[in-house]
Design a protein around this ligand. Structure first.
Ligand code: ADP
Ligand code: ZN
Length: 609
């Protein structure tokens, strides 16, 4: 394949090479800005189409684009995808033998590639910089640019050395890209990479196709099973768990229920991890059960759901993890369950860490933000985007709180009952502590062994909360822990009042609204979702998918590199009959039309004859 596109128009490249009709949001503006010779910092949500922003200039400009990316799997995926579009792309990282790396470098110097993806370690070596000085370079793209920031979640020391690019290649345009928006990180990127004069492009962070929902744990395995069976049978998804042990447990559970589930965590050997990841990427309908060790650099576009079985530690990690769903723009779910335990556990984790006080304070603040999110009664999307300094103007209509508004109620009298119950018991039993369950038993008047042993059935608060269900008492307790009225000892799970609670107890005019935990039943009736379901279920779509899987296996490649679900769905609904019709389907560029067009046309014609 030869590059014949130099000096061509970005829109022509978008149409002919990638087979896409129009640019998304501000892609075109950024591309023109870069082609004109300027630097840029690009913030776009996952799946927003960041890659095209440097790939198209790379194809329009003379010379080779050098792309730094921290993750081997991501690089491999992007290079495979580019090759499938007929673009001359190569990789330079530690997976190559010395000999192969040498040959690739020589080809790079000879101008045989449009894009070369390189690891940060290699970019920092003197020998590679030397090779670059002998290469005609069109631009530098620094992907996952938030890795320069110490405050970010993926700090990579090698990234801080990229300031040398400005010194050594002062005339080459540089574009830094990231999906992590926070202001400090942004400033760090500009400072560290010397992008002082660059233009910053911030696209909205909203992932409109993702439906957010949050529930309170109540037999969590059953909740997960319900969710997957009802909403996502046959789909690929990721289930995040807090610990390795839980990953193993949930994997076994899903397997026993007949799902194609695999575990992924740092305790598994490298080979098993790679195998499991490979199956997730290359097969359809695989569920990956994982700790947060999984996901960085996973570019699988058809992940239909991301489920969190435990509370994430920050909004950043939650947004990044849920962002792995629906990169192809089709309706997808971000689903989460949490409970009191999660909050206690995460708090004690921060308390016991060896980090300095400044870091601990920051982590507490981050944790409080995610707790605020899960407890919120407002539109989830608004709360999320607000956290990233973006105003969402209305209620989204595609989250649990919008579709099924939660109920709040005046819980003052309940709260006073619970607080005075804790107060009395703790005063009478001195240093001896009890867990939340014991207090709830006293309130509902349950004469269990422990209640009797301590004569707590003789207390004036015994049975004063009979009118309230156990789950509602649990909800009240949890919300009071969050509000800082109750303290939970992370080791013994015993609870006690905080000074703040004492003032609420004494204040006769106090009024506190709480949220009622209600089982979530309604699910979006969004139009797109229904259309998607019918296309997804069509016989033709299934056959096209089967062909794709067969071709992908032959080429040892993920199926979505050949065509995305969206492209196959469009084929299934528009039923192209000629090569020229086929070329009009979004995602079918000239090269893919030549390579795969006939085979997919054959399946369509067979189905229709
Ligand atoms: P990001 O890197 O921002 O997460 P990608 O660059 O991987 O996102 O793009 C996400 C998906 O959207 C890719 O499959 C890409 O091919 C597709 N895409 C990007 N831009 C367009 C466009 N203008 N029209 C159609 N599809 C696009
Ligand atoms: Zn909403």
């Amino acid at each position: 394949m030869r590059k014949v596109l130099k000096n061509s128009n970005p829109t022509d490249v978008l149409n002919t090479v990638f087979g896409y009709k129009t640019f998304r949001s501000n892609q075109e503006e950024i591309i023109r800005h870069i082609i004109a010779g300027n630097d840029a910092l690009v913030l776009m949500p996952t799946g927003g189409g960041k890659s095209l922003v440097f790939q198209i200039p790379a194809l329009c400009l003379e010379g080779t684009a050098i792309v730094v990316s921290p993750l081997i799997s991501l690089m491999q995926d992007q290079v495979n995808a580019l090759k499938a579009f007929g673009v001359r792309a190569a990789i330079l990282n530690s997976t190559l033998s010395a000999d192969a790396a040498y040959r690739t470098t020589i080809s790079m110097i000879n101008g045989e590639f449009d894009l070369v993806y390189v690891s940060p370690e290699r970019l920092n070596t003197e020998s590679f910089l030397e090779s670059l000085s002998r290469t005609k370079i069109s631009l530098f793209a620094i992907d996952e640019a938030h890795c320069v920031s110490q405050w970010g979640h993926d700090f990579r020391p090698e990234y801080t050395k990229f300031s040398m690019l400005k010194e050594r290649f002062p005339n080459i345009r540089r574009v830094a890209l990231t999906a992590t928006a926070d202001k400090t990180t942004r400033e760090d990127i500009i400072k560290t990479l010397h992008l002082e004069d660059c233009k910053v492009f911030i696209s909205g962070f909203d992932r409109a196709n993702i439906h957010y929902s949050v529930g309170v744990k109540d037999r969590e395995k059953k909740q997960l099973l319900n969710f997957i069976t009802k909403e996502h049978s046959g789909d690929s998804g990721i289930v995040y768990c807090i610990s390795r042990k839980k990953v193993e447990d949930i994997t076994e559970f899903l397997k026993a229920e007949g799902f194609n589930a695999f575990p992924y965590h740092a305790g598994l050997d490298k080979k098993t991890r790679e195998q499991n990841q490979d199956r997730f990427i290359k097969e359809d309908s695989v569920i990956m059960v994982a700790t947060i060790a999984f996901g960085m650099g996973i570019d699988k576009s058809d992940v239909r759901f991301v489920a969190h079985m435990d509370l994430p530690k920050s909004m950043e990690s939650y947004y990044q993890e849920t962002g792995r769903a629906g990169r192809d723009g089709l309706p997808s779910d971000a689903w989460l369950v949490y409970g009191l335990q999660d909050i206690v556990w995460q708090r004690s984790f921060i308390g016991n860490s060896t980090a300095d006080d400044e870091h601990k304070k920051l982590e507490c603040k981050k944790l409080n933000s995610i707790i605020g999110y899960v407890e919120s009664v407002d539109c989830r999307r608004r709360v999320l985007l607000d956290y990233f300094d973006e105003k969402y103007p209305r209620n989204c209509g595609n989250c649990d709180n919008c579709l099924n508004p939660p109920i709040t109620y005046d819980a003052t009298s309940h709260i006073q009952k619970l607080l005075s119950c804790i107060y009395r018991v703790n005063v009478s039993s001195g240093s001896f502590g009890f867990g939340a369950g014991h207090f709830i038993n006293i309130l509902i008047g349950k004469e269990d062994e422990k209640v009797k042993r301590y004569s707590h059935d003789k207390l004036s608060t015994f049975g004063i909360g009979k009118d309230v269900s156990v789950s509602q008492w649990q909800a009240i307790t949890r919300q009071l822990v969050i509000k800082g009225l109750i303290d939970v000892d992370p080791q013994h799970q015993t609870i006690k009042l905080t000074p703040k609670a004492i003032s609420v107890l004494k204040d006769k005019n106090a009024k506190v609204e709480l949220r009622k935990d209600i089982p979530k039943t309604k699910k979006p009736g969004a139009k797109e979702k229904r259309e998607f379901a019918s296309d997804k279920d069509s016989e033709l779509f299934k056959k096209l998918k089967a062909l794709r899987l067969e071709l992908a296996k032959q080429e040892n490649m993920p199926p979505y590199i050949i065509f995305h679900d969206k492209t196959l769905m469009e084929m299934a609904s528009r039923e192209p009959k000629t090569m020229s019709d086929m070329g009009k389907i979004s995602g079918v560029g000239e090269h893919k039309l030549k390579t795969y067009g006939e085979a997919f046309l054959r399946v369509i014609n067979e189905e229709l004859s």
